[in-house]
Design a protein around this ligand. Sequence first.
Ligand code: NDP
Ligand code: OXD
Length: 314
Amino acid sequence: MVAGSQPVLLFACEGVDTSAWRDALKAALSSVELWVWPDAPDADAVVFGMAWGNPPGFWRSFPNLQAIFSLGAGVDGLLADATLPAVPIVRMVDPSLADGMVEFVVMRTLHHHRLVHVYEQQQANATWRPLRPPRIGRRRVGVMGLGELGGRCARALADLGFQVRGWSRRPKALEGVETFHGPAGLPAFADGCEILVCVLPLTSETEGILNAQLFARLAPGACLIQAGRGAHLVEADLLDALASGRIAAATLDVFRSEPLPPEHAFWRHPGVRVIPHAAAFTYPETAAEVVAANLGRLLRGEPVADIVDPQAGY
Ligand code: NDP
Ligand code: OXD
């Protein structure tokens, strides 16, 4: 294939269903020509890229690149490439991805609220002991990250009746959610939380934020739901907190090393549920429309929402 008169979008994403993406993007895109890696005969013709899981240095080979679309909401992997061209990066804001994260966070919050993690351990010992959870309006849930995903999760939990707090970088108002922001707001946000949900992006400010200091502020026997990025969590601190009972149970969807190595302590820990980075997925049929709309704006020279702030790192 050689470049025609339309600008070329190169889809180069690892570990996804390429043919589903090809079909969805072809249906949604009218003003660009779609190439799917490795079918990219002319590097100079590539104007837009769609990226996920590329090796460092990959995008440097396209000298006329004008913007990169991330297939995922998290751009930590992309930004870790020191050779990434200095072009705008558009992150993924897919309504189906947000629906999936809401499903996951609500499912695991209810699981921990209704003490199913305790019943799982009781069942292992054939113990019959009904436990009455607090009324939902008394259950304090804290959501770290109030963006496209965390904001939807916090609102859904508040709608269910939980007592919800939220934490973001900048001040934010969300109906039914008590909000806190910045490092100064973190202690008050965390104090007495019984279920802590992390849906933060990974940045230099958030790396290692799920640590012993934070756990010490939670209610004794709190539960953790971690769906941000593995490097948010200081794993040894979680293992200590589980051993002391400071944390009763953890649902972990993301890990410092993925796939989680078979010998890792989390796999066999009775207080930990391991989910293989499957909290939420981007769906080609909805996401392609979002990409097409943003591409259209870029081509018309209009402002594009969802552009990554390289300084903030998300
Ligand atoms: P957004 O950029 O929309 O939201 C990020 C939120 O985090 C914002 O509220 C932001 O604050 C807050 N935040 C960022 N830095 C800080 C900080 N230093 N202190 C406090 N709050 C901070 O991202 P999304 O909601 O779309 O996605 C969030 C993350 O979820 C992704 O980056 C990815 O890591 C993870 N993810 C995980 C998936 C999974 O399957 N496990 C799937 C998809 C995403 P502010 O509002 O002030 O900007
Ligand atoms: C994402 C993810 O960032 O799937 O979209 O983790």
